[in-house]
Design a protein around this ligand. Structure first.
Ligand code: TUI
Length: 316
């Protein structure tokens, strides 16, 4: 079977250059372990959870697999400082960060032997992270689900590659081998997928959430939350439409924040169509079936390899 190997595989000791995104409330120890066991990099999402939850999920993952595991630290979380210590105590191999600037933690993580891989949505942050000694970068375009930056993957990835000497992982809008091949063409050495892993057997979200992803069509997502400064992409549900209307209709900030509070949990745990916020990338329409996480990791790489080989046919 054809394979794809890159510097990121060697750096992290993984078989395939495929990361599973650290989706808040979703990416737990069980999902991360399944991805890592399958040869990718599974990442536990700290989200807004306290450090005790993160520690527990790390233990769950370690009970299932000996392969490297990552933890994603959502920098807007009130518990970010605590979680930043837990990853050191628990000797986690890889830390990724999202939704902010992780400068103040980097030295300590590197000193503990942790590979540090921040998500960057701009060239400026990529340059700063490179200067501070990050191990690699995740360039996440606005096609992704959850907290989104301004630029698309197509526009962001080559610019980040030009701005750094580090390996770049592309994220946002990737869910199959074509996306993986395209990411490598743009200069990336790996990919991160979130939405595709929502359909993994080991992903314990409410069945209504899973069904919504499997039934999604091309125009099924929208971005809300711009007015409060934290735009978030989710499925275009009743809740998302109502939130958007409130946002543009002049609802006061505190009321808007109240409306959003707990909405992600309601989607993940209760499948609540009225009050739940179902985070999803634009690529949901291309997620067709439930399957084991390990199969997803292998399948996208096996699809991408012949596409990359065939690319030379265009060169005369
Ligand atoms: O972080 C994500 N995805 C997320 S976080 C999240 S939870 C949340 N809750 C409330 C408000 C906002 C989010 C759900 N999904 N992806 C990684 C990501 N990071 N995307 C974009 C960025 C980013 C944006 C700006 C990273 C750095 C950055 O720079 C800030 C700075 O200070 O330079």
């Amino acid at each position: 079977m054809l394979m794809i190997k890159s510097a990121i595989c060697e750096m992290l000791g993984i078989e395939y250059p495929v990361f599973q995104g650290g989706m808040a409330w979703i990416a737990d120890g069980k999902l991360a372990a399944a991805v890592s066991d399958g040869g990718g990099l599974g990442i536990i999402a700290a989200g807004n959870a306290p450090a005790s939850y993160v520690r527990q999920q790390i233990h769950i993952a370690k009970d299932i697999t000996n392969k490297p595991i990552g933890v994603n630290i959502m920098l807007l979380s009130p518990f970010a400082d605590e979680v930043a210590k837990v990853v050191i105590e628990e000797k986690v191999q890889v830390v990724t960060t999202g939704a902010g600037n992780p400068s103040k933690y980097i030295k300590e993580w590197l000193a503990a032997g942790i590979k540090v891989i921040p998500v960057v949505a701009s060239v400026a942050l990529a340059k700063l992270m490179t200067r501070l000694g990050a191990s690699a970068l995740i360039a996440e375009g606005g096609e992704s689900g959850g907290h989104v930056g301004e630029l698309t993957t197509m526009v962001l990835v080559p610019q980040i590659c030009d701005a750094t000497t580090l390996p770049v992982i592309a994220a946002g809008g990737i869910a199959d081998g074509r996306g993986v091949a395209a990411a490598f063409m743009l200069g990336a050495q790996g990919v991160q997928m979130g939405t595709r892993f929502l359909a993994a057997n080991e992903c314990d979200i409410h069945h209504i959430y899973k069904e919504k992803i499997l039934k999604a069509t091309d125009l099924c997502t929208m971005v809300t939350g711009k007015r409060l400064g934290h735009p978030v992409r989710s499925l275009r549900t009743q809740f998302a439409r109502e939130y958007s209307k409130a946002e543009y209709g002049g609802m006061p900030n505190e009321e808007l924040e109240e409306l959003a509070t707990g909405a992600l949990r309601l989607a993940v745990q209760e499948g609540d169509n009225k009050k739940g916020c179902f985070l999803s990338g634009q690529i949901a329409a291309m997620v067709k079936r439930e399957q084991p996480a390990a199969e997803i990791v292998k399948e996208v790489v096996e699809e991408a390899a012949p596409i990359l080989l065939r690319a030379s046919q265009w060169v005369k």
